[in-house]
Ligand binder design. Sequence first.
Ligand code: GCO
Ligand code: MN
Ligand code: MN
Length: 386
Amino acid sequence: MYDPSPADKFTFGLWTVGNVGRDPFGEPVRAALSPAEIVRLLAEVGAWGVNFHDNDLVPIDASADERERIIRDFRAALDATGLVVPMATTNLFTDPAFKDGAFTSNDARVRAYALQKTMRAIDLGVELGAKTYVFWGGREGVETDAAKSPSESIKRFREAINFLCDYARDQRYDLRFALEPKPNEPRGDLYFATVGAMLGFIGTLEHPEMVGVNPEMAHEQMAGLNFLHAVAQAWEAGKLFHIDLNDQVIGRFDQDLRFGSHNIKSAFFLVKYLEDVGYDGSRHFDAHAYRTEDAAGVKDFARGCMRTYLILKEKAQRFNADPEIQALLAELNAVDDSVAPHLGPYSAERAAALKAAHFDRQALGARGYGYERLDQLAVEIVLGVR
Ligand code: GCO
Ligand code: MN
Ligand code: MN
């Protein structure tokens, strides 16, 4: 029941299960795996797809021959396992050239190089089947606002995304862009810190219809925000093109924890939302195993992400089918005949009737909503006693 199947659309990045455990204080603790080995690992644990940055697959300084061989091996592993590549992205943060950002770097040569690198990476992603292209502005930010004007950076970023939209259209690629916000790390402050900021920005683009968001659970949590609310706003706007699932303790460094390992209740309501609204995109896990883990631990990590998702999905069904919970919700949302005519689209008559209506303000204030009971029932479902 909790075993993943392709219909669940679980994906991982090459950089997630391939993470070697380097951190700012320590060297790698695990051997690097080749892209083809990672594909086989993901197939073994039951994932549906694999995503990559251009340089996860092809090292930035690979020769043409190396590039060809790596892609051939990767493709062979995909064919042998049936794994798909639903998403691809560009690494615009590791190379020292990008230390001041890519599309927003103050150095015009870096901005031009970033566009070139991204066009090539888009070609590679599309060649391998990607339909979604993610933009995480890894270093699009500052440590000091003395360095650049934030509005100039917004304009530069817009110019880059507009350019790349036109490029994808010119190539007749069947591709949508998903912008991924993050508040900080690796820069002191990153531009477009939240999902809401990205959604506002998308409306200013030349082809807003081909651009949506890739919200990441940990990123909103780093900012102390409610991830579900951000996801819901994206969904409601028709902009939830992709999602990065993981976990994070608020106020800590970027932890990329196994999905559902810390904020179980948030994860529950998130899974319930995605399943209730019928989100049918990838469930992408952008996380990695603890640095304490060996190769077996990495598989435990990947299996855990998917298993927890499926457990929470089953809990969500339980919540939806629970007569007591549903009766409480129905009662809470009931609209009686006396108030129904007052609610609805504006009309002069409705406004006039509403202005003349009498409301018993004290009764409204005296009423209890019963949310303690409702929440306890939800918690008991998550805890497995209901
Ligand atoms: C992070 C980001 C990245 C992006 C990835 C795909 O915090 O490092 O979440 O993992 O998701 O670069 O664009
Ligand atoms: Mn992240
Ligand atoms: Mn991410």
